[in-house]
Design a protein around this ligand. Structure first.
Ligand code: UD1
Length: 425
């Protein structure tokens, strides 16, 4: 397992290209399994989660080839014969559960392991299963696996009211419904750009999905989806992460290129309150750090609200703000494992139920801290870059799941991050 050794206190100056989105690429990869011929997904990031999902897909007999230099991933589903996703792979990454929708959509049968728990509390799949049932699937549990069957090989379709709105369940139900016999409706569907991007790409290959970007998706079943090209979106969470890093580290002047500013939702409005220099075009953002940061409280919400995937980074930045701020996570109330780690660096944060209460400004001082999940890990990297002295962030394998070439990108704009192998690992 690798550790990052970070020498802090260096401003981020220069430009960083934003990579393709992990969370948008995974649904596209699952969607490719619905096609009659090969599908190429452009702008696929080189990330551990993508490699894991490639292996999940290979289990089915589909062919996967990744031209890594070009970030071009080709999936040929024509040889699929084994409609199963095993526990050993699904437990590594919850999004593997997209195979339930993809396999039943493609073949009328899916046997997919339940994903199990997660570092930040229970993450149920009840909505995925209730939705599949509403669309006509027979569902049984078998030794930790979900076995879903479409009567006669194709789902009839149906109506599902989703509560709460779930990104994962919306993706799974779209995948299941695209090649159904009849029409399906998802009410209170997720409106995240990742979902819209999936629908746009599937429609280009012959799907008939309407209501894109609204809370009601209507999916008319179609007999076939053709092979072709899908286009992945830039990673809005990576974009937001670097914006926060630039705002927190004094003297920073950072340009983020190849992003899509429209996908950031209300995050940009909240970010403006920090008083940074902020210049936006459709595909680029320039952030200059303010003289001092005001305390800005946030509440996470479904898109276009403040993303739960950026709350740990925001909390980290708020340790440098003059005053008290509160982070409330309504989506994942237990997602606060970073608090004790930030406190080891000198922060003053307390947790009360789904609130993190941050008393700033507290200067951070380097120490050893441990990564616990993807977004907590990147928050510790931001903290290490802002801290005085040297910070060791242990177990950075979480970062390799979701941030493409993180240390290379940050070092190019002035950070000092070294990756070393932990002794004995
Ligand atoms: C996705 C993202 C994750 C992000 C999250 C919220 C991927 C791979 N992951 O996760 O990074 O943090 O969206 O934006 O894209 N829920 C249920 N029952 C279900 C499913 C979800 O009650 O069957 C609840 C969850 O507990 C949570 C809420 O719905 O409170 C939203 O979760 P969901 O949108 O499903 O998150 P994921 O798709 O797992």
């Amino acid at each position: 397992m690798d550790t990052f050794k970070i020498r802090g206190g260096r401003p981020l100056i220069g430009s960083i290209p934003i990579s393709g989105s992990k969370n948008a690429a995974l649904p596209l990869m699952a969607g490719a399994l619905l096609a009659d011929g090969p599908v190429t997904i452009e702008n696929t990031p080189l990330l551990q989660d993508i490699f894991t999902f490639n292996n999940v897909i290979r289990v089915t007999g589909a062919r996967v080839e990744f031209e890594e230099e070009k970030r071009s991933l080709s999936i040929d589903p024509s040889g699929m014969y084994h409609f199963e996703s095993p526990y050993d792979l699904v437990r590594k990454m919850r999004a593997s559960f997209y195979m339930a929708g993809a396999l039943i959509g493609a073949s009328g049968y899916a046997r997919v392991s339940l994903p199990g728990g997660c570092a930040w509390g229970p993450r149920p799949v009840n909505l995925h299963l209730e939705g599949l049932k509403a669309f006509g699937a027979d569902i049984e549990m078998d030794k930790g696996y979900v076995v879903a069957k479409a009567p006669g090989g194709r789902l009839p379709g149906g109506v599902f009211d989703m509560n709460p709105s779930s990104v994962g369940a919306t993706v799974n139900l779209i995948l299941a419904a695209v090649k159904a016999k009849g029409t399906s409706v998802i009410r209170n569907a997720a409106r995240e750009p990742d979902v819209v991007n999936l629908c746009e790409n599937l429609n280009r290959l012959g799907a008939r999905i309407s209501g894109l970007g609204t809370a009601e998706l209507i999916i008319e079943g179609t007999d076939s989806i053709s092979g072709g090209t899908m286009y992945n979106t830039p990673d809005r969470i990576e974009t937001g992460t670097f914006m926060i890093a630039a705002a927190m580290i004094p003297g920073s002047d950072l340009i983020l290129e190849k992003t899509d500013t429209e996908d950031l939702g209300s995050f940009v409005d909240t970010f403006r309150k920090l008083g940074c220099g902020l210049e936006l075009t459709k595909h680029s953002i320039r952030v200059t750090a303010p003289e001092s940061l005001p305390p800005i409280s946030i509440d996470t919400a479904i898109y276009p609200g403040f993303p739960t995937d950026l709350q740990a980074q925001w909390a980290t930045m708020m340790t440098a703000a003059n005053g008290t701020s509160i982070i409330t996570d309504h989506i994942y109330p237990d997602r606060f494992s970073y608090i004790p780690e930030l406190n080891r660096l000198g922060a003053s944060i307390t947790q009360k139920e789904n609130l993190a209460i941050i008393q700033g400004a507290t200067p951070l001082t380097g120490a050893s801290v441990m990564s616990t999940d993807l977004r907590a890990s990147v928050s510790l990297v931001i903290a290490g870059m802002a801290a005085s002295g040297e910070t060791d962030v242990l177990r950075v394998y979480h970062l390799d799941r979701g941030y493409e070439f993180l240390e290379e990108k940050l070092n190019k704009v002035g950070a000092d991050i070294r990756r070393v192998q932990e002794a004995g690992s």
